[in-house]
Design a protein around this ligand. Sequence first.
Ligand SMILES: *Cc1c(COP(=O)(O)O)cnc(C)c1O
Length: 575
Amino acid sequence: MHTCRNLHHSEKEHIAYFSMEMGISHTIPTYSGGLGVLAGDLLKSYADMKIPVVGITLLNEKGYFYQKIDSEGNQKELPVEWNTNETLSLMPNEVFVGIEGRKVKVRAWKLMVRGYTGNTIPVFFLDTNLAENSDDDKKLTSFLYGGDRKYRLAQEIILGIGGLRMLESLGYTNIKKYHMNEGHAALLTIELLKKSEISGMRADHFIETIREKCVFTTHTPVAAGHDKFDVALFRKMLGDFLIPDQIMEKITQDNTVNMTLLGLTMSKYLNGVAKRHGEITREMFPEFRIDSITNGIHPQTWVSPYFKEIFDEYIPGWALDPFTLRYALSIPTEKIWDAHTNSKKELIDSINNRTNIGFHISRFTVGYARRFTGYKRPELILHDIEKLISIAEKVGDVQIIFAGKAHMQDYNGKEIIKKIFQTCSEVNKKETKLRMVFLENYDMKLARMLVAGCDIWLNTPQKPFEASGTSGMKAALNGVPQFSTLDGWWVEGHIEGITGWSIGTHPHGSDSESSGDFAKDAKSMYEKLENNIIPLFYSNPEKWKEIMRHCIAINASFFNTYRMAQQYIANAYLY
Ligand SMILES: *Cc1c(COP(=O)(O)O)cnc(C)c1O
C-alpha cells in the first residue's frame, strides 16, 4: 500500500464532507440531482469562505445516465461518456476494503472545487476500476444508484469505510467533524469505532467520542427513500467487519438494517434540510434530537449572465455576501425586466432550435424540471387538460416546459414521462393557445437556462414528501417567482402574491387533511392560474416586476449556501 503522507494536511484541522454524489459542473456528470447539486454548491461556498473542508465521493465513472426519449415517450438510459483523465487527477494512494470476504482495492481522483474567489477545496472521487480487482469489483464505482441492493451496499462500504481509509492515507489525520450528506456514508462511523477499539477505550466511551465527531444530514421524508439492507445481506457483505451488537440492535428493524438510523445513532448533531422537513423527521424519529438547516444554492453558479451584470452594478460584492441581495429593492424594475427578457430569449431560442416547437418570447412560460417520480406529481398540471386549454384561450397564451429524469428502476416515474411526452404531442397538434414541450437530459446546464428563462417556476410535490427542493431558489435568484405546494423550503419562502403563489393548503392549516389530494390541488392550481397569475402577467406588468424583485430581495438573499454554510459552521461544526 502506498502512503503519501503530507505533513501540511495532518497538521491542519479539516471538516470531511461525504456524499454519494457531487454536482459540481455539468462537465463532471457524477451526480443525479438535488442531493449532489446541493453538495457541490455548499462546497463552493466553503471554498469561498476558506473553510478547511475535504470532500469524499464516488467516481461514478459512467455517470447517472444520459437520457434519451424515443418517439413514443419511453426513456432510454445511456451510459455517460466523459473523460476522467481530462477533468480529475489520479492520486498515487491506494487502500483496501473488505467486500463479501474479498479485498477490493480503491484509488482516488482529485478535483479542486473552485468557488467564486478562486479559492479551492479538494474532493476525492473513489474508484475501484483497477487491474488487480475482479471484473465485477472494477464496476463497483461505475454507476450512480445503479444495480441491486448488493451493488449499493458495496458502494456504501467503499464510500464510508474506503473513504475514511483514503482520507487517512492522503494525510488528513486531523478531522474535526465527519459530515454525512445522507445515510450512504454512515458506515464510516463503524470504521471510526474500530479505530478507537484498537486504541483500547471502553465501548460506551468511544461511541460517545465518535458521536461528538459526527454530523448527519437526512434528506428523505419518504420511508422508502431511507437506505435499508436485509440483515443477512448486510452480514454477508461486511464479513468480519463486525458491528457491535449494541449498535446493531438500534439500527435493525424487521430484519433490515437502516442506514439513516445508523447515521442518527452515531452522530451528535442531526438535521433535516428545511424547517418543515425537520418537523417531519422528528415525527419519524421521535427518540432523536433533530435540528434543521434549510438548504440553499451557490448564487454565482446559478445566476444568469444578465442578472449578474445588474447585481454587479447595483450591489457590488453581492456574490460573496448574498445577504446584500436584499438591496435588490433599489434596482429599477425596468433593469430587472430587461435581464429577465434576455434570459428568457436565450431559453426560447434554444428550445425552438432543439425542438422546432415555435415557442414565443412574449408568451407566459411555465417551467417544471425535476426528478420524475410519483410523489413529485409532475403530471398535476395536466390533470384536466381541457381546463388548461380553456384557461389559455381565456386569459392568454401558455407555454409549458418539462424536463427531468426518472430513476432507471422507477417504472412509475418512467410512465409519467411517457404520459407527459404523449400529452405534449397531442396538445401541440391542436390549434390552441397552449404549447408544451418535454426536453431531454435535464442536467445542471439545462437547469441554469430553465430557472432563469421561465416566467414562473412550478413545483407540485405531495406534502410532506419534498424535503427541501432547491430549483425554486435558483429561480428566485433570477427573479422568477415560484408556484408550489406548501412543502419543503416553500413553507419558509412563500409570501402569497409577493414572492410567488401557493397550491393547496398550508401544512399547519386547519384543513390540512385535504393535503395530498390530487384533484383538489389541481383545482387550486387552475384557479390561481386563471384568476391571479396569468392575468397579472399579461395585464399588470408593473406588479409582476415588483414580484420578481421581491424574489431576489426576500428569497435569494436568504436561500443561499453562504447562509447555509454559516449555520453548519455555527450549529454543527462548532457544536
Ligand atoms: C437544482 C437541481 C436539482 C434539484 O432541484 P429540485 O428543486 O430539488 O428538484 C436537480 N437536478 C438538477 C440538474 C439541478 O440543477
